[in-house]
Design a protein around this ligand. Structure first.
Ligand SMILES: O=P(O)(O)OC[C@H]1O[C@H](OP(=O)(O)OP(=O)(O)O)[C@H](O)[C@@H]1O
Ligand SMILES: O=c1cc[nH]c(=O)[nH]1
Ligand SMILES: [Mg+2]
Length: 219
């Protein structure tokens, strides 16, 4: 039985978040037997678990607080310095878990769909916060297949001023990793799995199928 694992060594710039809970939930997510409601819940739960790793180096600011015992200078995250960008539609499936972690983060959306023949991304929406240059930007999309959607989204974000960017997905294909790393070598990739390959329709194998359709029950 194939495991679906592609390369045995992790490419530079890629972090595979391989916590047992992430792998377990990803197994359920991949399964054809998992219905829409469970798929949506699992995607959100995995993104929350991944967020813990992705946000590990989040800067902390000192804050004066009073405990029941005495005053102290503690440290807290300044959420408004963080911006999550969801690549619509499927990005919204892993946005919720991230927002649960940092509710005060700013949020932007980039609408992209893959042309069914050329597989090239077509943009239909773009709305991000102002002052992107001042924010750590986390771009989320469950699938990194050819890598063209992620690369186009990040090019667009850089044009809007974003400088410190990370990309988070659930499943990446080696082809997508190579394209994104070549286009944007400064952008680290976080994924729950690096799968074997793309098929002739540019779908990830073994993958999980069409993430958007499974999240929203559109097929
Ligand atoms: O790496 P790529 O080859 O560009 O493919 C990945 C893209 O494909 C999917 O979106 P899709 O085009 O299906 O749009 P949807 O989210 O609206 O379903 C996925 O969510 C990515 O955005
Ligand atoms: O396998 C794939 C590839 C692109 N988009 C998806 O939703 N799934
Ligand atoms: Mg889709």
């Amino acid at each position: 039985m194939p495991t679906g694992q592609g390369e045995t060594t992790t490419p530079a710039g890629v972090t595979i978040v391989d916590h047992p809970l992430v792998e377990h939930k990803l197994t359920l997510l991949r399964s054809l037997a998992t219905p829409t409601g469970d798929f949506r819940r699992l995607a959100r739960e995995i993104s929350l678990l991944m967020g813990y790793e992705v946000l590990r180096d989040l800067p902390l600011q000192p804050v004066d607080i009073q405990t029941p015992m005495e005053p102290m200078i503690a440290r807290q995250v300044l959420g408004k310095k963080l911006c999550f960008i969801s690549i619509l539609r499927a990005g919204d499936g892993i946005l919720g878990g991230m927002i649960d972690l940092v509710p005060s983060a700013r949020i932007g959306h980039i609408g992209l769909y893959r042309d069914p023949v050329s597989h090239e991304p077509i943009e239909y929406y773009f709305k991000v916060p102002e002052d992107m240059a001042e924010r750590l930007t986390i771009v989320v999309d469950p699938m990194l297949a050819t890598g063209h959607s992620a690369a186009a989204a990040i090019t667009r974000l850089k044009r809007a001023g974003a400088a410190a960017i990370k990309f988070v997905c659930l499943i990446a294909a080696p082809e997508g990793v190579a394209v994104l790393r070549t286009a944007h070598p400064d952008v680290p990739i976080f994924t729950a799995a690096l799968d074997r390959e793309l098929d002739e329709h540019a779908y990830i194998r073994p993958g999980l199928g069409d993430a958007g359709d499974r999240l929203f029950g559109t097929k």
